[in-house]
Write a protein that binds this ligand. Structure first.
Ligand code: PHE
Length: 504
């Protein structure tokens, strides 16, 4: 069995029946060694295994020795190899040999001539070497008692430098000269098979090709059926692949969607270009309401005006001016149908649910929408001019405030926020109205509004049953879910941040 720990490869030999798995070089070496007893030299192992690289033999031998299949005898001995100057001397001759040749062929040569014919750094030391061999300088000329013995000694030195040996008497001399030779320690190993090694059956020494990479060709060729695969080391550090993934906002929308679908709601999708009539008048928002001002709402140049059914305009006018057929007194003042037909970017998704109800006034329903809305807000930590709302309605006989609150509580619970509370609030289109708050890190955070649509909203559209309605901020919720204190973080496309977001 092979066990990998991090980058290191630790082998645990198994006892009993099973045997530690051998590497291919180990198998090959053991197989060769089983051929005969006695010590094998490196060269013998290389020849028998058909290897060029001695490192393979050494490492396979170590592996086999750790497993007790092979015995290694190591002996180290000193040897001599040439240094840089030594190599030079082999090709060009030793300095004293060259100088001696020069002097012999130019018996009257002067120091000047020598320095002209030899490198500057060679002349001095060269003469020193010759002096050591008994050459003298007499009156500027070279003299020697026994030129034969000088030649003889130089020949010996030349012989040595061509094939240096550790036991030569010249070793000491050359050790004292710079960079001519080096004394090195070399290890000689021999390998011999042990009793345990002999016992390993030949069948276990078949070399197998271990496949490290699975390729289409391999799969097509059927070779994989008998192949052995190199195990994956799952404990190794690996780089994280950067694959595509949903934006956290999209993932959050997906999750909210599935919660409402699970709770029996249907999804509503509608345009964000709308009329002031549906966005506000239908919801009994007075035409002089401050939120309708240019500084709060994006009115459009194109389409500047969207025609509305005159019957609707007539009904809204009656409701707004005096309460129409309802018991309401309305807002009073003058209702302007031109204002109703102004084109705008919806400021809330209630514009869509109200139109859904107008089209289906009698059929009980549970509808939700998660969609984009627009308000002229200056951008800061908690405001964006473009954001999303989670809108919903429940219309059915007997729908009431308790149902509304428990629906919202259930939703937030499913989102992972079990502590939810409601507070009284005001919206022109609901009565009673409430604000929904969720506890997060010990604080109550306001997430949206809700209520039951007023008769001024429902009656002109022919709606008979009570309608629970709510609209909540998606980005606010996202800030809680993702732990952000700046809403802008959601949309700045910071890849680093996006990659590190949890998968919701
Ligand atoms: N439309 C409201 C808003 O934009 C929320 C709301 C929706 C309140 C439905 C009551 C009922 O804040």
């Amino acid at each position: 069995m092979d066990v990998y720990f991090s980058q290191r490869y630790v082998r645990i030999p198994l006892t009993g029946e099973s045997m530690a798995e051998l590497t291919n070089p180990e198998k090959r070496m053991l197989k060769s060694l089983q051929g005969r007893d006695g010590k094998w030299s490196l060269q013998e192992v290389l020849d028998a295994c058909d290897w060029d690289d001695q490192a393979i033999a050494v490492s396979a031998g170590h592996g086999l020795s750790n497993l007790g299949f092979v015995k290694i005898s190591e002996s180290s001995e000193l040897g001599v190899i040439l240094g840089g100057e030594g190599e030079n001397a082999v090709t060009n001759g030793l300095l004293e040999a060259r100088l001696w040749d020069f002097i012999q062929s130019n018996p009257n040569s002067t120091m000047k001539e020598i320095s002209q014919n030899f490198e500057r750094h060679e002349a001095g030391p060269g003469i020193g070497l010759l002096k050591g061999l008994g050459v003298k300088i007499d009156g500027g000329k070279f003299a020697c008692e026994s030129p034969e013995s000088v030649s003889k000694e130089i020949a010996k030195r030349t012989e040595f430098i061509k094939s240096p040996t550790i036991d030569s008497p010249l070793l000491e001399h050359f050790k004292g000269r710079k960079n001519l030779i080096e004394i090195v320690e070399s290890v000689t190993r021999t390998w011999s098979i042990t009793k345990d090694g002999k016992k390993i059956e030949a069948s276990k020494l078949e070399e197998v090709v271990k496949i490290a990479e699975i390729t289409p060709e391999l799969l097509q060729s059927e070779d994989w059926k008998n192949a052995e695969f190199r195990p994956y080391d799952v404990s190794l550090e690996a780089s994280m692949p950067n694959s595509g993934r949903s934006h956290p906002m999209q993932a959050l929308i997906e999750r909210i969607r599935s919660i409402f679908l699970e709770m029996g709601f249907s999804e509503l999708v509608d345009d964000y270009v709308q009329t002031a009539g549906w966005n506000m008048d239908a919801l009994f928002i007075p035409q002089d309401h401050p939120a309708r001002e240019m500084q709060d709402t994006f009115y459009l140049d194109n389409p500047r005006k969207i025609k509305l059914d005159p019957k609707l305009l007539k009904d809204w006018k009656a409701i707004h001016e005096h309460g129409g057929d309802t018991e309401s007194t309305g807002w009073g003042g003058k209702f302007d149908p031109e204002i109703s037909q102004k084109g705008l970017l919806r400021t809330h998704t209630t514009v869509n649910t109200i139109q859904y109800l107008a089209k289906n006034p009698e059929q009980s329903c549970r509808v939700f929408a998660i969609d984009r809305v627009f308000r002229k807000e200056s951008i800061d930590k908690t405001h964006l001019p473009e954001f999303h709302q989670i809108e919903g309605i429940i219309m059915e006989p007997g729908a009431n405030l308790g149902m509304l609150v428990s629906t919202l509580k259930t939703f937030y619970q499913k989102m992972g926020y079990p502590e939810v509370r409601v507070r009284p609030a005001y919206f022109p289109y609901t009565e009673p109205s409430l604000e929904v708050e969720v506890k997060w890190r010990g604080k109550w955070l306001e997430l949206g509004g809700a209520g039951i649509f007023r008769p001024e909203v429902t009656e002109p559209l022919g709606i008979k049953d009570p309608v629970c309605a709510w609209g909540m901020g998606l980005e606010r919720l996202a800030m809680l879910v993702l732990g952000l204190d700046d809403i802008r973080q959601l949309y700045i496309s910071d890849l680093e941040w996006l990659r590190n977001q949890p998968i919701l």
